[in-house]
Design a protein. Structure first.
Length: 80
């Protein structure tokens, strides 16, 4: 499996660094529609398009190991 999973959500690009994820599940607590634990106990995408932009960014920001990266529409990293 790839070291990164990436999904375009509206104007944002959300990237999961699978090598960094420690499965604290904080992101799932904020946005359970967007993220879930995969079979390998690493965070995976569920339906991030169902979450509003602000809550999706908050869910990514709360990650204690910075495994969730968010890029804006211009490719600028806004999280972490």
């Amino acid at each position: 499996m790839a070291d990164f999973a990436e999904r375009n959500v509206g104007a944002l690009t959300v990237r999961i660094d699978r090598m960094t994820c420690a499965a604290f599940k904080d992101c799932i607590g904020i946005a359970p529609e967007a993220f879930e634990l995969g079979e390998d106990d690493i965070v995976a995408f569920k339906h991030p398009e169902q979450v509003d932009r602000e809550r999706l960014i908050e869910a990514c920001t709360i990650c204690p190991v910075n495994a969730l990266i968010v890029l804006d529409e211009n490719g600028n990293q806004i999280v972490p």
